[in-house]
Design a protein around this ligand. Structure first.
Ligand SMILES: Cc1cc2nc3c(=O)[nH]c(=O)nc-3n(C[C@H](O)[C@H](O)[C@H](O)COP(=O)(O)O)c2cc1C
Ligand code: SF4
Ligand code: SF4
Ligand code: FES
Length: 608
C-alpha cells in the first residue's frame, strides 16, 4: 500500500482502518481511500491526520472497523458514505458518531473504545500484539514497535546455544496442533551434525473456519520473519521457507512485501546486521490440501513431491527437507519467538498453566454472539471464552457443546465448561488444542450429524496412503450416515468405537490418528443422542431429516404468524393470534420455523 508522508511537527492523529480480509470483504478499502481523500494533508490544517491500513482486529463481523488515536475511539460497520460525517463530527468537532460505536449485543451498551467491550477486555495479546496497530506493508511501523530488536539482541548478546536455552526455558509449545516443546525441537535439530539445516514456517492452516495464522501472516508478517531469523541464528541455517496455501492471497502479498523490505533494510541476506548470519526466506504456495499441513507432507510438497505424510521414525529435526535437519514451526509459534527473546523466558512463562505457557489465539465461531479472533492466557476457562468474551449463545437457545481442535478435535459438553483450556486438559477431555478452532454448538445441533460431517471432511482429505485411515474413516462415515438416515443398529456403536481405537493406533499420520476424535468424543458425552437415533427413531435436535418432524405446541403458540410467513413451502396455516399448525405432508423439514419462533412453540416430534 502506498505510504502517506508524515509531518512530525504537527499534532498527529492516527486513523487506523482495518483492511484484513474480513473487513476488505465488507468494503474497507473504499473506506480507507475515502478517508485518505477527506483527510489529505492540507485538507485539515489544525490536526495532521494520518490514515493507515492495518491487519485484522479479530472482530470481522462488525467490520469495517476504524480506530481513531489518541482519542481511543472505535467505529464499526463503517461505510465510505460515513467518512464525511466522521471527518466533520469526530476529527474536526471532537464529537462521537453514536450509531457507529460498538454496541454490546447482550447489554446494548455503546462503547467509545473497543478495549472496554467484553469481547476485548479479557484478551491478552502477545502473538497478536501488533495486529490492528501497524500497517503490515510498512516495515517502519514494525520497527517503531521494537521490531527486529529481539534479533539484534540475539545476534549481539546471546550465543546460539543461549537462544535455544531461552526458548526451552520459556516453555513455549508449538501452536500448530501437536504442542511439542519448541526449545526441544530446536535443540534436537542443532544437535544433528549435518549441514545445511533448514527453517520452515507452516502457514498451511487447513482447519475450516480457522483464521489465526492467516491474520498473523496478513497483519504482522515481520514478526514471523524475525522469529525465523532468530532460529536461523541458533541453527546456523541459511535458507528458510514459508509454506502458505494459495488462496491466502493477501497473506502472500504482505509476506512478499515484508521479505523484500527486510532484504532492503539488511534484515535478510548476507551478514545480517553486520553479523556472520546470512539467511534468506522464500515463499512456497501450497495447493490447499488439509493433509499438506502435516509437517512431513508439507516438506514433501516443498520438495516438489506429492503431499503425502511419511513415517516419523525420524523427525524432521533430524531428517527433514531434502533429508537435512529442519526446524518446522507454526505461524503463531514463530510470532511468539521475538517476545521471548526480547522480554526473557521468565516473563513469557509467567502467563499460562503448569505445562502450557503463554497465550493461545482461538478462532471463536458457531452459535456464539461475538465471533472472531480471541487471544487469552492458557488456562482461561471455556466458560470465560464462550460466555464472557463470546457473549454466550444467541437467540435464547441453550449451549450444547464446543468443538475444539479443528476437524479432528472433539466435542466438549456443558458439564466441562469450567475446564481451564490448555494442551493437556483438552487432550484429557478427549479433544485437543489443535491450532485453536473453537466452534460453539447450541441445542439445534445434532451431535451424530456433527461427527458425520467431520468424518466426511476427513474422508475427502485423507491422502489414502495407509489402509487404516483410508478404509477406517470410510467405514466410520458409512456407519454414521446409516445412523443419521434412521437405519442404525445398536452394534454400530461398538463398531464405531473399535474402528476408532484401531485408527488411533495404526494410522500413519496425525490425520488418521486423530480422525476418530469427533466420533469418540460425541459417543462419550452424547451417547443418548446416538441411542435416540437408533432406538427412539428421532433426532432430538431436529436435524436428521429421516428422523425429524415438527409440530406446533398450541399452548405456547401466540399466533404471531412469523413461522407462517417464513415457511418456504407454505406448510403452516393459522389465523392471527390463534395457534398455528404444520401440515406434515407439505413440510420439507427445513427447520426455519423452529429457528424463527420467539416463543419456542415449534417442537421436534419424538419417534417419527
Ligand atoms: C493432518 C494434519 C494437518 C496439520 N495442519 C497444520 C497446519 O495447517 N498448520 C500447522 O502449523 N500445523 C499443522 N499440523 C501440525 C504439523 O504437522 C506440525 O506439528 C507443526 O507444523 C509443527 O509446528 P509447531 O511445533 O510450531 O506446532 C498438522 C498436522 C496434521 C496431522
Ligand atoms: S493417516 Fe490418512 S492422511 Fe495420514 S497417511 Fe494415512 S491415509 Fe494418509
Ligand atoms: S420445517 Fe420448514 S417447511 Fe416445515 S413447517 Fe417449518 S418452515 Fe415450513
Ligand atoms: S478483518 Fe477487520 S476485524 Fe477482521
Amino acid at each position: 500500500m502506498e505510504q502517506q508522508p508524515e509531518n512530525k511537527d504537527v499534532t498527529r492523529r492516527l486513523v487506523l482502518v482495518c483492511c484484513g480480509t474480513g473487513c476488505q470483504a465488507n468494503g474497507s478499502m473504499d473506506v480507507y481511500h475515502a478517508l485518505r481523500q477527506a483527510l489529505a494533508p492540507g485538507a485539515n490544517a489544525e490536526v495532521c491526520t494520518y490514515v493507515k491500513s492495518t491487519g485484522c482486529n479479530g472482530l470481522c463481523e462488525k467490520g469495517p472497523l476504524v480506530k481513531i488515536l489518541p482519542d481511543d475511539i472505535t467505529y464499526s460497520r463503517v461505510r465510505a458514505a460515513d467518512v464525511s460525517e466522521i471527518a466533520e463530527k469526530t476529527l474536526r468537532g471532537g464529537a462521537l458518531v453514536k450509531r457507529l460505536l460498538l454496541r454490546d449485543p447482550v447489554t446494548k451498551e455503546h462503547f467509545r473504545s473497543h478495549h472496554k467491550t467484553n469481547f476485548y477486555k479479557k484478551q491478552h495479546k502477545v502473538a497478536l500484539r501488533n495486529i490492528g496497530e501497524i500497517d503490515p506493508s510498512n516495515i517502519q511501523d514494525y520497527l517503531d514497535r521494537d521490531g527486529y530488536q529481539a534479533l539484534r539482541k540475539a545476534l549481539t548478546t546471546l550465543t546460539p546455544e543461549e537462544v535455544i536455552e531461552e526458548v526451552l526455558a520459556s516453555g513455549l509449545r508449538g501452536r500448530g496442533g501437536g504442542g511439542f516443546p519448541t526449545g526441544l525441537k530446536w535443540r534436537a535439530c542443532a544437535s544433528v551434525d549435518r549441514l545445511p539445516r533448514y527453517i520452515i514456517c507452516n502457514g498451511d492452516e487447513g482447519d475450516p473456519g480457522a483464521f489465526m495464522d492467516r491474520s498473523i501472516m496478513e497483519g504482522d508478517p515481520h514478526s514471523i520473519l524475525e522469529g525465523m531469523l532468530i532460529c536461523a541464528y541458533a541453527m546456523g541455517a541459511a535458507r528458510g521457507f514459508i509454506y502458505v496455501r494459495d488462496e491466502y492471497g493477501l497473506a502472500v502479498a504482505n509476506l512478499t512485501r515484508a521479505i523484500e523490505d527486510a532484504r532492503e533494510r539488511g534484515f535478510l541476506g548476507k551478514n545480517i546486521l553486520g553479523s556472520s548470519l546470512s539467511f534468506d526466506i522464500e515463499i512456497v504456495r501450497g495447493g490447499g490440501a488439509f493433509v499438506c499441513g502435516e509437517e512431513t507432507a508439507l516438506i514433501a510438497s516443498i520438495e516438489g513431491n506429492p503431499g503425502e505424510p511419511r513415517d516419523k521414525y525420524t523427525y524432521p529435526a533430524e531428517r527433514g527437507l531434502w533429508g537435512q535437519p529442519t526446524v518446522i514451526n507454526n505461524v503463531e509459534t514463530w510470532a511468539n519467538i521475538p517476545v521471548i527473546v526480547s522480554n526473557g523466558a521468565r516473563a513469557f512463562a509467567a502467563l499460562g498453566t503448569g505445562n502450557s505457557k503463554g497465550t493461545k489465539v482461538f478462532s471463536l465461531v458457531g452459535k456464539v454472539t461475538n465471533t472472531g479472533l480471541v487471544e487469552v492466557p492458557m488456562g482461561t476457562t471455556l466458560r470465560e471464552i464462550i460466555e464472557e468474551i463470546g457473549g454466550g449463545v444467541p437467540k435464547g437457545r441453550r449451549f450444547k457443546a464446543v468443538q475444539t481442535g479443528g476437524p479432528s478435535g472433539g466435542c466438549i459438553p456443558e458439564s466441562l465448561l469450567d475446564l481451564e483450556v490448555d494442551f493437556d486438559t483438552l487432550t484429557a477431555a478427549g479433544s485437543m488444542m489443535g491450532s485453536g478452532g473453537l466452534i460453539v454448538m447450541d441445542d439445534r445441533t445434532c451431535m451424530v450429524e456433527v461427527a458425520r460431517y467431520y468424518l466426511n471432511f476427513l474422508a475427502g482429505e485423507s491422502c489414502g496412503k495407509c489402509v487404516p485411515c483410508r478404509e477406517g474413516i470410510g467405514l466410520m462415515l458409512e456407519t454414521l450416515t446409516r445412523i443419521c438416515e434412521g437405519k442404525g443398529r445398536l452394534e454400530d456403536l461398538d463398531l464405531l468405537e473399535s474402528i476408532g481405537k484401531t485408527l488411533q493406533q495404526a494410522a500413519l499420520c496425525g490425520l488418521g490418528r486423530t480422525a476418530p476424535n469427533p466420533v469418540l468424543s460425541t459417543l462419550k458425552y452424547f451417547r443418548d443422542e446416538y441411542l435416540a437415533h437408533i432406538t427412539g427413531c428421532w433426532c432430538p435436535a431436529g436435524v436428521c431429516k429421516a428422523l425429524t418432524g415438527f409440530y406446533i405446541d398450541a399452548g405456547l403458540c401466540r399466533g404471531c404468524g412469523r413461522c407462517l410467513r417464513n415457511c418456504p413451502v407454505q406448510a403452516i396455516t393459522g389465523k392471527k393470534q390463534e395457534p398455528h399448525e404444520i401440515d406434515p405432508s407439505r413440510c420439507i423439514k427445513c427447520g426455519a420455523c423452529i429457528d424463527d419462533c420467539r416463543y419456542q412453540a415449534v417442537k421436534v416430534k419424538q419417534g417419527v
